[in-house]
Ligand binder design. Sequence first.
Ligand SMILES: Nc1ncnc2c1ncn2[C@@H]1O[C@H](COP(=O)(O)OP(=O)(O)OP(=O)(O)O)[C@@H](O)[C@H]1O
Ligand SMILES: [Mg+2]
Length: 337
Amino acid sequence: MQSRNIVGDSAVLRHVLHQVEVVAPTDATVLLLGETGTGKELIAGAIHEASGRRGRPFVKVNCAAIPSGLLESELFGHERGAFTGAVAQRIGRFELADGGTLFLDEVGEIPVELQSKLLRVLQEHAFERLGGTRTIDVDVRLIAATNRDLVDMVATRSFRDDLYYRLNVFPIAIPPLRERREDIDALVDHLVGEFARRMNRRIDVIPTETREALRRHPWPGNVRELQNVIQRAVILSRNGRLTLPPIRVEFPLRGAGNEVDTLAGINRAAIVRVLEETSWVIGGPRGAAARLGVKRTTLQSMIKRFGLPLPRDAAKSYLDSRTSRPERLPDPNWAVG
Ligand SMILES: Nc1ncnc2c1ncn2[C@@H]1O[C@H](COP(=O)(O)OP(=O)(O)OP(=O)(O)O)[C@@H](O)[C@H]1O
Ligand SMILES: [Mg+2]
């Protein structure tokens, strides 16, 4: 199994790699589900490399990065004169991927109008270029990825149900980093080695408290966020000791409540800051609730309401690392992503 560059040995990651191994040699469509930065693209590449299509093209299209008006031509190509500005014929990604694998990243962003055309290629392995009449046959294995809830999108009709079923042949859920904290140490070692080499630095020591801080951070940005923090740390390091920059919890700026000019936004920002300062301990005389001057249960419901990620193991691993008796742990049901 080609997993040389996939670091980690947690049971959940091993399960993912096992699924990769099983599905790779088949031509089945794979749907990768996971938060931002969890390694969806890495896994897509691993599936291609472990398949009979290795050596053939692996073509990537990020549906969110291409303006929706241009996406159709990007996928299917166009003939000269197909639309204003189409001065020459253009080969689309499906044709480029012929014989290989097409990785459709952020598939939830495909406009509904285009979804039916995508469905047709999946069913008939055929399409026409924009402005063209000739039907083009292709042999393409599709891997799609999304961090959106497609079931929810189907319910609100922003995603076609028939396309969803076509894509959802073999779903693989890639767990967030906070659910596989066992992998953090190995990832840190790997990334420190990698960045030190690239920046021509020597890092001999990773202090214990640095490791502990890295282990208990909630990593809402997953491996990509860890990568950025390690890169900054390697830059800051002196005398061969890894020096951690202050790691703030950078929540994805999605949904309401992030604006600091609303009352809710101010509350949320204050909660995040105090949670960081108290290392996610909520109760007890020095816990976040006491610091904020609210009851523990009030803080708990605010955390829930603001959709803050509070993995129970963030607090637990912190408490485990201390010698004193742990205060009450947060309710396990709060691990909101
Ligand atoms: N298990 C892992 N071992 C080593 N590197 C990893 C691992 N998982 C992710 N990475 C690295 O983290 C970065 C983010 O991974 P990737 O781009 O595959 O995530 P993604 O899920 O596609 O993210 P996004 O949703 O933001 O596009 C990449 O540089 C990737 O190489
Ligand atoms: Mg990606």
